[in-house]
Design a protein around this ligand. Structure first.
Ligand SMILES: C[S@@+](CC[C@H](N)C(=O)[O-])C[C@H]1O[C@@H](n2cnc3c(N)ncnc32)[C@H](O)[C@@H]1O
Length: 261
């Protein structure tokens, strides 16, 4: 049975037997909420946190995953940038994305450049100034002035990041990718703030939706059908999950502002 969802970003993950578990990928998540302390142990080279096996598509591409993992240690922005999401989710994203679409992204990187290469207008919220500079440099040097001009990059985190999202026009985005580091900006707050910004038939995309820290984000979208992909992501030889939800009508007013409390 799934243990109670953490109410805050307070999940601690650790290896119980560091030397052995680091290689096998067996690790434990522990968190506390009103019901007490909860623990869950997974083998994350075999299953995601919800117990789902990786897709055959991503399993067959493990050599490519390992190649991009090694390449990213030398050069963090890949020669051919690809989002750091489950491979099947990248294929799905490629199908739903069209040139001119307006994308909001919290947590930038290779995904930012991939969106720009496909003609999207991208608003990226990124906590790290150094990483933001890397993204901007690649956009200008490799993609050119036209693509770089389609990037609206903001360096901020926490409450500032949520306020930044809240200032965007309601119902103006075709897609929101929530992929930031929870320690800087809690993904649940991003989902709550970003959902009203989606147009009718726009998409919410949440990476690592299997992780206990993100279960409360998944719950915020639970009135909609979820499209879930489990598998390996580029540069990441552990099993993870990316989820998509398509909003039916305008979501304005569905969720209270995370800053309202
Ligand atoms: C999960 S990553 C975001 C990945 C991005 N959405 C993508 O698909 O490529 C979350 C954060 O990790 C940091 N990050 C990601 N890759 C990095 C790298 N190679 N070097 C430094 N920081 C990195 C950035 O601050 C980023 O916002």
């Amino acid at each position: 049975m799934r243990p109670a969802t953490p109410q805050f970003n307070n999940v601690r993950t650790f290896y119980e037997r560091p030397l052995l578990d680091r290689w096998t990928g067996r690790y434990t998540a522990e968190w506390e909420n009103a019901d007490g302390v909860h623990r869950k142990t997974v083998h994350n080279r075999l299953r995601d946190f919800e117990g789902n096996a990786p897709s055959l598509h991503s399993l067959l591409r493990l050599p490519r995953i390992l190649r991009t993992y090694l390449a990213s240690r030398r050069r963090p922005i890949l020669a051919h940038p690809v989002p750091f999401l489950v491979l099947d989710a990248v294929l799905f994203l490629d199908e739903i994305l069209e040139p001119g679409m307006r994308v909001l992204e919290v947590g930038g990187g290779n995904s930012t450049l991939w969106f720009l290469e496909r003609g999207a207008q991208v608003t990226t919220i990124e906590h790290s100034p150094e990483w933001a500079r890397e993204i901007e440099r690649y956009a200008t040097d490799k993609l050119g002035a036209e693509a770089a001009a389609r990037l609206d990059l903001h360096v901020c985190e926490g409450v500032d990041a949520i306020e930044r999202i809240e200032r965007l026009g309601s119902g103006t985005r075709n897609l929101a990718l929530i992929d930031c580091k929870n320690a800087h900006t809690w993904r649940r707050d991003c989902v709550a703030a970003a959902r009203p910004k989606l147009r009718s038939r726009g998409w919410m995309v949440l990476d690592n939706s299997d992780h206990p820290n993100n279960w409360s984000s998944v719950e915020l979208m639970s009135d909609l059908e979820r499209v879930r992909f489990t598998g390996f992501a580029p540069m990441c030889p552990v099993v993870t999950q990316t989820s998509f939800w398509q909003v039916k009508g305008s979501s304005v007013g569905v969720l209270a502002s995370p800053l309202a409390a």
